[in-house]
Design a protein around this ligand. Structure first.
Ligand code: GDP
Length: 444
C-alpha cells in the first residue's frame, strides 16, 4: 500500500539530492511537488495545505547537518511531519472500564463493519483472552444479522440471539443486559449502515450511543473511498462523537491519502487497519511504519538522525576544547545543562554512569534534582550575551533583574554563579582526573 505516494515523494526529493544548500526557491519547488503528490494520493486539500506549510517552515533555513544532502534533510522533515500528522504510536482500543465494556461500530454499508466486528472479537478473544459478545443492531437487513451470527459460529464467539420487532436501541440495551448477566468483558455493537451519509443513520447512531453509553465509538471506513471517508468521519464525529477510526481495505489502497486526511481532519486516532477479508486480517496502526512506507526511505531517516547525533558530539568536543583553554563561560554551562537534561536529567545520568551512582546520596543531600536543571537554564536565559560571556560584570542590580526575569531570587542566581565558578575551576584542573563533571554541581 501507499506505493504511489512513496515513489512520488521519493522522486521529487531525489532531485534535491546533491545540491549545496537549501534555498527558499528550492524548498518552494519541492513543496509544489509534494503538494501535487499528496493531492494525487487523495489527501484532503486543507490537510495538504497545512502539511506543506509546516514542512516548508521547517525546511527553509534548517541547518543541514554534515554528511547528509539537503534533499535527505527534507525527506527527514517530511517524514517527521507525516508522523506528527498521522498521530502518535500505540493508540489501541481502550478496555479500561467496568465490564461489560460496550464498543459501538458505525459506518456506511459495505465499509467492512460486520467483518471488522468479527475481526475485533476474534483478536480480543484469542489474543487478549476476553469474553466477548457480539450483537447486530441492523434491523433493516436480516441478512446482516445472519452474517454476524455465521461469523460468530465460525469463530466460536457468541452473538446475541436475534429477536424480531425490536428497535436498534432496544437491542443495544438487551445486549448489555445479556453481557452483564453472562459475565462478558466486552459487548460489540454492530450498527446498521446506509449506502450514503444520511440523517436517519446519524440520529439512530446518536440514540444507540445515548442508550448504550459505549466506551469506544469506532468509525469503520473504507480507505478506498478517500475523500468521502474524510467527510463521513467529520460528520460522524460532529453528530455522534467518535473515539477512533478503523480503516479497512488498506490492502487494496495504493494511495494512502485517507489515513493522512482522516486523522488530520477529525483529530481522532486511527486505531486499527483492516488488511484483508479474513477475520485475522486486522492490524494495529503504526504511524511511523506508514510514514516510512510512504516515503520508502527509512534508511535516510536514520542516517540523518545519526548525523545529528554526531553534531552534538562535535559541539561537545568544541566545548571541551574551550574548557581546556579556561574559556568556560555561561553559554558553555548552559549547553552542558541542556545536554544533561537531554540525556534524561540527573537521574538518567546516574543510571548510565556507574561512577556517579556512588555519589547518589551526596547529590540528593545537596538538593539537586531535574527541576534545578531547568531553573538554572532559565536563569542563564535571562542574562544578556555580554553577561553570559563575562559573569564578572554581574553586580547586585543585574542579578536582581536576572532573578526577576527567570522568576527566581537573587540567592539562586548567586548559587548558579558559584556553581559556574566551581565548574570553570574544575575544567582548568581537568587532567588530574580526580573529579567527575558533576562535582561542581554537588558543591553549589
Ligand atoms: P458492512 O456492510 O459494513 O458490514 O461490510 P462487510 O463487513 O459486510 O464487508 C463488505 C465486504 O468487504 C466483504 O466482502 C468483506 O469481506 C470485505 N472487507 C471487509 N474488510 C476488508 C478489508 O480490510 N480488506 C478487504 N480486502 N476486504 C474487506
Amino acid at each position: 500500500m501507499f506505493d504511489n505516494l512513496s515513489e512520488k515523494l521519493g522522486g521529487i526529493l531525489d532531485r534535491l539530492t546533491g545540491r549545496g544548500s537549501l534555498s527558499e526557491a528550492d524548498v518552494d519547488a519541492a513543496m509544489r511537488e509534494v503538494r501535487r503528490a499528496l493531492l494525487e494520493a487523495d489527501v484532503a486539500l486543507e490537510v495538504v495545505r497545512s502539511f506543506t506549510e509546516r514542512v516548508r517552515e521547517q525546511a527553509v533555513g534548517a541547518t543541514v547537518v554534515k554528511s547528509v544532502t539537503p534533499g535527505q534533510m527534507v525527506v527527514k522533515i517530511v517524514h517527521d511531519e507525516l508522523i506528527a500528522t498521522l498521530g502518535a504510536d500505540g493508540q489501541t482500543i481502550d478496555l479500561n472500564a467496568v465490564p461489560p465494556v460496550a464498543i459501538m461500530m458505525v459506518g456506511l454499508q459495505g465499509s467492512g463493519k460486520t467483518t471488522t466486528t468479527a475481526k475485533l472479537a476474534r483478536r480480543m478473544t484469542q489474543r487478549d483472552k476476553r469474553k466477548v459478545l457480539m450483537a447486530s443492531l441492523d434491523i433493516y437487513r436480516p441478512a446482516a444479522m445472519e452474517q454476524l451470527a455465521v461469523l460468530g459460529r465460525d469463530l466460536d464467539i457468541p452473538t446475541l440471539p436475534i429477536v424480531t420487532g425490536q428497535k436498534p436501541a432496544q437491542i443495544a440495551k438487551r445486549a448489555l443486559e445479556a453481557g452483564k448477566l453472562g459475565g462478558y468483558d466486552v459487548v460489540l455493537l454492530d450498527t446498521a449502515g446506509r449506502t450514503t451519509l444520511d440523517e436517519e443513520m446519524m440520529s439512530e447512531a446518536a440514540e444507540i450511543k445515548a442508550t448504550a453509553n459505549p466506551h469506544e465509538v469506532l468509525l469503520v471506513a473504507d480507505s478506498l473511498t478517500g475523500q468521502d471517508a474524510v467527510n463521513l468521519a467529520r460528520s460522524f464525529d460532529q453528530r455522534v462523537g467518535l473515539t477512533g477510526i478503523v480503516l479497512t481495505r488498506v490492502d487494496g489502497d495504493g494511495r494512502g491519502g485517507a489515513a493522512l486526511s482522516m486523522r488530520a481532519v477529525t483529530g481522532k486516532p486511527i486505531k486499527l487497519i483492516g488488511t484483508g477479508e479474513k477475520t485475522d486480517a486486522l492490524e494495529d496502526f503504526h504511524p511511523s511504519r506508514i510514514a516510512g512506507r510512504i516515503l520508502g526511505m527509512g534508511d535516510v531517516v536514520s542516517l540523518v538522525e545519526r548525523a545529528a547525533a554526531n553534531i552534538d558530539a562535535e559541539k561537545a568536543a568544541r566545548t571541551a576544547e574551550r574548557m581546556r583553554k579556561g574559556q568556560f563561560d555561561l553559554n558553555d554551562m548552559r549547553e552542558q545543562l541542556l545536554q544533561m537534561a537531554n540525556m534524561g536529567g540527573i537521574s538518567g545520568l546516574m543510571g548510565m554512569m556507574p561512577g556517579i551512582a556512588k555519589m547518589k546520596n551526596q547529590i540528593a543531600a545537596a538538593g539537586i534534582d531535574d527541576k534545578i536543571l531547568k531553573r538554572q537554564v532559565a536563569i542563564i536565559d535571562s542574562m544578556t550575551r555580554a553577561e553570559r560571556k563575562n559573569p564578572d560584570i554581574l553586580k547586585a542590580s543585574r542579578k536582581k533583574r536576572i532573578a526577576a526575569g527567570a522568576g527566581q531570587n537573587v540567592e539562586q542566581v548567586n548559587k548558579l554563579l558559584k556553581m559556574h565558578r566551581n565548574m570553570a575551576d574544575m575544567m582548568k584542573a581537568m587532567g588530574s582526573g580526580k573529579r567527575g563533571p558533576l562535582a561542581g554541581i554537588a558543591q553549589a
